[in-house]
Every structure is written in structure tokens, then in C-alpha cells.
Design a protein around this ligand. Structure first.
Ligand code: GAR
Length: 198
């Protein structure tokens, strides 16, 4: 059975959705860069190994990422899942996990990269918004797209109401995407798109 390591920085609702989906893989560890990440307690209740590696105290991004690689690799994962892991990753980190590192981003990429994606969508006046699961490349919020889900933007939406509508979809497409990966159904084509074989 394939092993998956999940990285979080906060509440970890996407990680919880992955665990609750009972996917055909082993969640080998949940790792956070913040010791107060809410998701750690949930993982512990499910007897999933947890670890914390704070980025504070490291002299550089590269130094932290090198230590993170050591920690992650101690679990020998086939797949590393970023689930609200709020760190920009160094090129070395991304290259180390090439084609086995995925992320969920709360927008319909390539629109609205970076932070505050729901406010970005409201400000742009788009009528459809959503979320994307993608393989991670060295460019921020970029890389072959595995799955997307769209939601309507309603006239009275606030950042919070829109975030909540999108999050419901995140909890569907992330477990689905991980399932496809661990079942070897994803192929990254030469043109940088993803083919899903069913
Ligand atoms: C999710 O909405 C995820 O898409 C977003 O952070 C939230 C984490 O929630 N990720 C990013 O913005 C990455 N750039 P969670 O901790 O409850 O899963």
C-alpha cells in the first residue's frame, strides 16, 4: 500500500477529509511547521504519527527545507500532500519530490495565485470561483492540474461565505485526487497536462 505524508500549518480540514475518506493508502504521518496547528490533535486521535518542525530558528528557507526533507523521508512516502501548508517551497524541495508532491489551492488556477484568493475573486467580480489540486512545480501555485471544482459567486458573498462554499468542494476533490494518485491513474503528459485513466 502506498504511503502518504500530509503537511499542514493550521486547522487541517483537508487532511481530515483525506483521513475520513479511508483511501487505499497509508497516511504515514501528518507534519506541521506550527506546533499549535489544530489538525495535529485530530491526527493523533486517529493514531496517525505526527511531527512538528518549526521554521523558526533556521537561517534560510533552504536550511529549513533540507531538514523537512529528512523528516518527511524518514516515513518513506510515495506521495507528499500539501494541505494548507503555508510555506513557499525552495526549488530543492520541489525537485526532490518531483511528480509526487501535490497541493490544493483555493482558486480556479491559473486565476488568483497567492494569498487572499476569495477576496481576489470578489474584487475581480468573477461569477465562478473554486479550487484546484495540482502537482507542485518550482513556480508558486503552478503545475499540472489534476482536478478542479467550481462554485458560484453569489451577490451577497463575503470572503468567509465564499471560502466556506469553496472548502466544501476542496474536501471532495482532494481525496479524489489522492485516490487517483495512489491507484496510479495519473499521468503527466509532455505538454504539462494530466491524463486521468479510469
Ligand atoms: C484551504 O482552503 C487550502 O486550499 C488553503 O488553505 C486552506 C487550509 O485549510 N491553501 C492555500 O491557500 C495554499 N496556498 P485546512 O487547514 O482546513 O485544510
Amino acid at each position: 500500500m502506498k504511503k502518504v505524508v500530509v503537511l499542514i500549518s493550521g486547522r487541517g480540514s483537508n487532511m481530515q477529509a483525506l483521513v475520513n475518506a479511508n483511501l487505499p493508502c497509508e497516511i504515514a504521518a501528518v507534519i506541521s511547521n506550527k506546533e499549535d496547528a489544530g489538525g495535529l490533535a485530530f491526527a493523533a486521535t486517529r493514531n496517525i504519527p505526527t511531527a512538528v518542525l518549526s521554521h523558526k530558528g533556521f537561517s534560510s528557507r533552504e536550511a529549513f527545507d533540507a531538514e523537512m526533507i529528512k523528516l518527511i523521508d524518514s516515513y518513506q512516502p510515495d506521495l507528499v500532500v500539501l494541505a494548507g501548508f503555508m510555506r513557499i517551497l525552495s526549488a530543492d524541495f520541489v525537485n526532490h519530490y518531483q511528480n509526487r508532491l501535490i497541493n490544493i489551492h483555493p482558486s480556479l488556477l491559473p486565476s488568483f495565485k497567492g494569498l487572499h484568493t476569495h477576496q481576489q475573486a470578489l474584487d475581480a467580480g468573477v461569477k465562478l470561483h473554486g479550487c484546484s489540486v495540482h502537482f507542485v512545480t518550482a513556480e508558486l501555485d503552478h503545475g499540472p492540474i489534476i482536478a478542479q471544482a467550481a462554485v458560484p459567486v453569489l451577490p451577497d458573498d463575503t470572503e468567509d461565505s465564499l471560502a466556506s462554499r469553496v472548502l466544501t468542494q476542496e474536501h471532495i476533490i482532494y481525496p479524489q485526487s489522492v485516490k487517483w494518485f495512489v491507484e496510479d491513474k495519473l499521468t503527466i503528459l509532455e505538454n504539462g497536462t494530466v491524463r486521468i485513466s479510469h
